[in-house]
Design a protein around this ligand. Structure first.
Ligand code: FES
Length: 148
């Protein structure tokens, strides 16, 4: 009887120790994943250059920019109106703001309405996996295009 109680207690202690190690390992693994490997919300992957056809326009609504391929290459232009921040929408060959009717060229230059600043263009680069990435923290010159 006593022998069994000691054996049971020893087994339970070892089981508790093993479970504690597993739980601590999981917490440590989750913390490392969160701190070092979480996706950066300022950099958005957009695929490869060849998947965009000339004159194609893709709206990344959630990320708040358009990807446009013109005759010189690819560019990422903000959909945030420079007047008061509404989402500009494609209307023919221009962007139009539904809030106060500002109109921009597809390059983001203001044409009419209350917005007097151009839409931001964002830096596009190719990452180590050969995938294009838009960095929305880096505004670049409106003339720059990504091309291959
Ligand atoms: S917010 Fe776009 S015109 Fe006012």
């Amino acid at each position: 009887m006593t022998y069994h109680n000691k054996t049971n207690r020893k087994f339970l202690r070892q089981l508790f120790f093993a479970l504690s190690i597993v739980i601590l390992g999981f917490i440590l693994w989750a913390a490392v994943q969160y701190l070092f490997f979480r996706p950066d919300s300022n950099t958005i992957t957009i695929g490869t250059f060849s998947q965009y056809k000339k004159n194609q326009i893709i709206h990344k609504k959630k990320e708040r920019f358009y990807i446009i391929r013109d005759s010189s290459g690819l560019y990422a232009v903000s959909d945030v109106c420079t007047h008061r921040g509404c989402m500009v929408l494609i209307k023919g060959n221009t962007f139009e703001c539904p809030c106060h009717s500002a109109v921009f060229t597809l390059e983001g230059r203001p044409l009419s309405g209350p917005a007097d600043k151009p839409l931001d263009h964002y830096y596009i680069y190719k990452n180590k996996q050969n995938v294009l990435v838009v960095d929305v923290t880096k505004s670049i010159n409106k003339e720059i295009r990504y091309s291959e």
